[in-house]
Design a protein around this ligand. Sequence first.
Ligand code: 6R9
Length: 655
Amino acid sequence: MSDIQSVMHENRVFTPSADFVKQANVSGMEAYQALCAEASKDYTGFWGRLARETLQWKKPFTKTLDDSNAPFYKWFEDGELNVSYNCLDAHLAASADKTAIIFEADDGVVTKINYRDLHARVCQFANGLKSRGIKKGDRVVIYMPMSIEAVVAMQGCARIGAIHSVVFGGFSSKSLHERITDAKASAVITADAQMRGGRTMPLKPAVDEALTLGGCESVHTVIVYQRAACDTAWDASNNIWWHDLVAGQESVCEPEWVGAEHPLFILYTSGSTGSPKGVQHSSAGYLLGAMISMQWVFDYKASDIFWCTADVGWITGHSYVAYGPLAMGGTQVIFEGVPTYPDAGRFWKMIQDHKVTTFYTAPTAIRSLIKLGGELPKQYDLSSLRLLGSVGEPINPEAWMWYYNTVGGARCPIVDTWWQTETGCHMIAPLPGAMPIKPGTCTLPLPGIMATIVNEAGDEVFDQHGGFLVIKKPFPSQIRTIWGDPERYKKGYFPEEMHGAYLAGDSAHRDEDGYFWIMGRIDDVLNVSGHRLGTMEIESALASNPLVAEAAIVGRPHEIKGEAVVAFVVLKGARPETPEKAREIAEILRNWVAKEIGPIAKPDEIRFGENLPKTRSGKIMRRLLRAIAKGEEITQDVSTLENPAILDQLKNAVR
Ligand code: 6R9
């Protein structure tokens, strides 16, 4: 990017208000710096202190970090605890009556459950699991809709030391099968159906089908939660209704005390190549990360009403739905449905109705809600909000400004949180009462997270050209291994050139304040005529044009330039009706990008769609866009796609 001016120079800086700073858990930049200094001075002492102060231990640990077999790190290894105890029992003495979960169903029906009742339900369910012979170390696949029961299922596994692996309800039977067999699961927990956008979508048939695909002999139990009154095929040899499983079970269940390193869960995530990787997380280190980030980044207070919109099928739904908020003893909203049903005001109405204070969602949700109703938030009372969060991909400054002004009333700091399935919790994110924020940057690493940027040789670079994002030292919440494939873990995340640092797979650069700007996955960086271009930079340039709602950039091999830039664009208004009109707007946008970044970044091709192909977790599926850009037939699995029809529209678009 040597001679291209990055568009990610942001002059707008938002300093936290004096009131926010005053009440913040980490109050002021000096307080943040003091924590960083403590971590630099005595790294293991710092994490040891936090682990002692934050978690409740059955047996205290004596050694903080064992790095003798790096990169297979062990934290707090001889300590014993139980994650479900920390999330539930820990609050019973002081706040048994406090609401733990406010559940809003797709149809708007609201159910609240307090800590006492949630504890009892988790215990009953855990006893139910035990009654089926499920025990410590067994793997349990959870394939459920967003519900109180999904959280009960996860917590119930944690209570008996079973290792859960949640599979997002939008995955196909084939993906489910892949995960069940890789994890050699003993049981599957599912529901008859899920409700989304007013529709009943059966879930159990996918489980039934997965189990017929072979290699699932390990599964001896399928537990089915009844969500809808729909016909459900039944195999009496191993199927059991959730309500029958828990009927008559005791509402107390002594937790299984496990070692700090006992795997809490496996969560499958896609790598750049090959089959999905089973990211294995620990018990203590993982929970510490979830809790400490709740305190630091979400500035968690006992009075908060916290709402993270992520599905429990993703890491965000693990750390900031199933574990973090409960471990803090907080009240949280869980939502079954979709943001556009019955209309695009649903999120805003829910914030108003439940008096949400902390709202955490993804840029893609924000952008689509801007497109569907940029003025809608104004119709609701959003004055309960005090903090906003963003996760999943870089947030372009235009969407950031709208989120800040229209949703947050120019009053709420935005925490743009960079992290990954593998890191377990936030890594680079503002501590909102400490650092000034700027649209588009996730700012600075959390205290004790030694993130930096290096070149191909693993040497640190501090300039604005950027390089690979790495984390130099091990940290408690990190991935422990890839389930069943330690070699892949070692090779993929700790390649030799990185001298022992964790390679995140993202590229980034730092600005003059040392703030990190994520440029995209390493494989999303284009090389056009020898110039390195972040796809995100071009996307951001396009999105800053008043005509554009959303844009995605991919590379296509090009004879002369190495790679050509292909843009997929969603306009704010309707899609251009005629080829002439499409070409005219494309030319305007090409010139716009030339002006914003430089002629080198001008898209060679622009295709207009009504939307972009997205997973149900909201990530743009760039690999599909790459196939379309290359004119290839799409042979990949598209079962996780929210909107498959969009592919044909983009394939046939004029360019
Ligand atoms: C939490 C989560 C991880 C990848 C990560 C990066 C992208 C996530 C981001 C972000 C820029 C942010 N990513 N948060 N990029 N700014 N605030 O999303 O985990 O599904 O494993 O994805 O998502 O590319 O490497 P996961």
